[in-house]
Write a protein that binds this ligand. Sequence first.
Ligand code: 6GU
Length: 323
Amino acid sequence: MDKETTVPHHLRLDVITIFPAYMEPLRHALLGKAIEQGIISVGVHDLRQWASGVHKSVDDSPYGGGPGMVMKPDVWGSALDDVAQGTGPIAESADLVTAEPHRRQPRHDDLLDSSDGASGSSGQVVETGHSGQSGQSGHTSSTPVLVVPTPTGTPFTQNLAHELAQEDHLVFACGRYEGIDQRVFDDARGHYRVQEVSIGDYVLVGGEVAVLVMAEAIVRLIPGVLGNRRSHEEDSFSEGLLEGPRYTKPRSWRGRDVPDILLSGDHAKVDQWNRERALEITARRRPDLIERCRAAGLLSHADDEWLERNGYHRSGDYSDPRS
Ligand code: 6GU
């Protein structure tokens, strides 16, 4: 609750990728609004800026053989050094600007600006330099966190999202091909706190999409980004259970009625009903979360009784009694 209730803090995000255009969505919707509000600033950096030679190659064949290509340590090493220190090509590079200027009407020359010059995510930029808006950008005394998206990483969870939302500076290193030379991460530990992270048990072509996923999960937790604080206090996972169903008007739609209890005005009953729906959906879809919740002491005696009474038995078989 420390930082959350005091000074609104600024989060600096840097992304290093060979496909900067993939990062375009960071300028839109919630993330774009957070940029506009000065809550976050985002730099997207093309790894090839640090490549040398006519071919600007960033990869080479793996030692020991095997398929695919491995990204070269020298290129990544220079990139990570510069991004940590705000030096090199990024000293003159521009931050992403929001795609949705909410504070003023878009003017015609904005539209023209966005279509001339560079492509992709750097198509519309503001020349603030790496230090970002009003001098509040990410270069602080604390060691930045280097987040490396990889299917071999530790799982990205809501808890990790909360932790990362409290940092000042996150750097995402997107690998492609068969990965990045391991020495890059060993070396980076000198000036970063390195976290290799996976967003799930499947394989993506590169880390870019995983960065979009993580950035969205992290940024929405920063105070001020979501209008209503309660909207993330009641998130699925924040109490360890999945959220039950929600309803709005009309009261009756295509012959289906909103459950009467929700119209009763009895808040205690509504809360209890919501709790039971949360238990039900979690027990059916994610019995592992029920166990985790119980281990964390988040299930009441009443919760346990409800589960037992409804056939979600504690030990052994968690197969769905309704299927
Ligand atoms: Cl974080 N990156 C990549 N490249 N693939 C993944 C992943 C991340 N998480 C699951 N698969």
